[in-house]
Ligand binder design. Structure first.
Ligand code: BTN
Length: 246
């Protein structure tokens, strides 16, 4: 991954830039980085705060041969890859909140947005958008983010080489992506569970179907989160927001 890499000083969203490349027929592994995004996007239509010079804002083009219902697995694979790269490169003890937010000390340092282009129930391509808060100071955040976000620099006390970290992320992603396509989801699921900070916790899951409370006990074969409710029932969570009391 990253053999074709485009670096932009400012763009609206690297997701849109890679979408354009994908539609032009660019091959898998192409990456767009931006120093700053003026219209950075998060999950559930949220904005993603992407100021210049502090983070890694990048999108990677994937052309997996996957049935549509396997894209949640790819989402989890990306989270595992980024988490492992951050741990290895910076020593920060990042963990994964289902499906793929990365946290340190219960605050978010990285968000991942996996978007898929689908035609006739087939995946044409996917775009893995990765946003890592690398060298932010606390005062760089707007007030509303100061309670929930943090950066690798804040947590480790050290400025991190962003180029080196981005390269480490791409190397790990490429490795796990090919491992996943060869061996299936089992190995990814095991790695995910070992890095998870959601498991064995009392969680509240909010999604359009409603609110579910219970204990997060694991992943099923499709990548759904298994939540055991008080009456012993097991609910499969395919999408939604997971929260817990610290
Ligand atoms: C989330 O946690 O809601 C996902 C955030 C994803 C942010 C990244 S930054 C690079 C790429 N471009 C975007 O506009 N979004 C993703």
């Amino acid at each position: 991954f990253g053999r074709k890499a485009i670096m932009l000083s400012s763009t609206s969203s690297t997701q849109a830039d890679v979408l354009k490349l994908a539609e032009e027929g660019e091959s898998e592994g192409a990456v767009v980085f931006a120093e700053e995004q003026t219209g950075g996007r998060g999950r559930f239509g949220r904005k993603w705060f992407s100021p210049p010079g502090k983070g890694i804002w990048m999108s990677v083009l994937l052309r997996p041969e996957l049935p549509l219902n396997h894209t949640p697995q790819l989402t989890l694979m990306t989270g595992v890859a980024v988490c492992r790269a951050i741990r290895a490169f910076t020593g920060a003890e990042a963990g994964i909140k289902w499906p793929n937010d990365l946290l340190i000390n219960d605050r978010k340092i990285c968000g991942i947005l996996l978007e898929s282009a689908v035609e006739d129930h087939e995946v044409r391509y996917c775009i893995a958008g990765i946003g890592v808060d690398v060298n932010f100071d606390l005062q760089d955040y707007p007030k509303d983010l100061q309670q929930i976000a943090t950066s690798i620099q804040i947590e480790t006390g050290q400025a991190i080489d962003r180029t080196g970290l981005a390269a480490a992320i791409l190397t790990e992603m490429e490795h796990l992506y090919f491992l996943y396509q060869k061996e299936g989801f089992g190995v990814i699921s095991t790695l995910w569970e070992a890095l998870s900070v959601s498991l064995n916790r009392q969680v509240t899951v909010t999604n359009p179907q409603g609110v579910i409370e219970g204990t997060a006990v694991g992943l099923d074969y499709s990548g759904a989160l298994v939540v055991e409710t008080q009456d012993g029932a097991r609910e499969l969570i395919i999408s939604g927001e997971v929260t817990w009391k610290s």
